[in-house]
Design a binder for this molecule. Structure first.
Ligand SMILES: [Zn+2]
Length: 291
């Protein structure tokens, strides 16, 4: 099963995700790609404003962006009433975004999922611009679809999925885009029960092909879980490894991205680690460094 896991992180695929409109024409796709490419440096005029900040107080051990100036964008201005509603969602404070996620999960667990925002009307509302209220970094495992288990719909969640919910530069860049350009204020790193990628890492041995990169990224969490004091009272080694992995990935996001670190230091962005129970469907918070 683990071999079937697809690491969805190609730049081409992401360029399609980032396109907020129906960019079927080649020229439109190119324009969008260029817009994304220049997103961080791009300046916006008007009341939405651009706040320049000097990354002068970075505490991370290995800041990815050095002392480069970070230009922040607020979410694009909405025009229509529906878009204004979507824009409001993009402005959800971290606590509100987390509450909305957990409430959706409660509905899902109780068998009362509402399946919101999945209509043709919703599709039309957000065709010209996306304003998700949370980033979900989850495993590619087919049993963990974020929109379903949080009972959300089109345009609600900015999802990055990789085997073992680990990140590389492309995944981190994707999250930076959601925060810096789309205004998302909450990141959830979501591990899950019986994760095949973490399980394969626990088993050890040589992983074939590029799967080795996934296993190598997970290994520090597994080693920490095996270490002294890491055993939990209600969780086996695999479960512990998954939870520690989510925590370490969240830590990595702060340590390796000066953009994310700065937003967090300013209180404009928060992150949580969470664990999805395959049996019950429940998501529980396992790491809350700033909430
Ligand atoms: Zn998994």
């Amino acid at each position: 099963m683990f071999r079937r896991i697809q690491v969805v992180s190609s730049l081409l695929a992401l360029s399609l995700v980032f396109c907020s409109g129906a960019a079927s024409a080649a020229s439109e796709t190119e324009r969008r790609a260029e817009e994304f490419k220049s997103g961080i440096e791009k300046k916006e005029a008007g009341p939405a404003g651009v706040k320049k900040t000097q990354a002068s107080h970075e505490k991370s051990a290995a800041p990815a962006e050095g002392k480069k100036k970070v230009v922040r964008h607020k979410a694009p201005h909405a025009k229509g009433a529906h878009q204004q509603a979507a824009h409001h969602e993009a402005s959800l404070e971290p606590e509100e975004a987390l509450k909305k996620l957990l409430e959706g999960n409660k509905r899902y667990v109780a068998g009362k999922a509402a399946g919101p925002n999945r209509s043709e009307m919703r599709r039309s509302e957000i065709a010209s611009g996306q304003h998700p209220f949370a980033v979900i970094l989850s495993c590619s495992d087919s049993r963990v679809p974020p929109e379903l288990l949080f009972d959300q719909g089109f345009g609600d969640l900015f999802v990055v999925r990789t085997a073992g919910n680990v990140v590389d530069d492309i995944a981190i860049g994707s999250i930076e885009y959601a925060v810096e350009h789309l205004g998302v204020k909450l990141i959830m790193v979501l591990g899950h029960e019986r994760c095949g990628a973490v399980g394969a890492t626990l088993q050890g041995g040589e992983a074939p092909g590029k799967i080795k990169a996934v296993v190598d990224a997970i290994r520090p969490a597994v080693e920490r879980a095996k270490g002294k004091g890491a055993a939990g009272h209600d969780c086996d080694l695999l479960c512990n490894s998954v939870k520690i992995n989510a925590k370490m990935v969240a830590e990595k996001l702060r340590a390796s991205s000066s953009i994310l670190a700065e937003f967090m230091e300013d209180g404009m962005l928060k992150e949580v680690g969470a664990y999805y129970d395959l049996d019950s469907g429940a998501v529980s918070l396992t790491y809350k460094p700033n909430l």
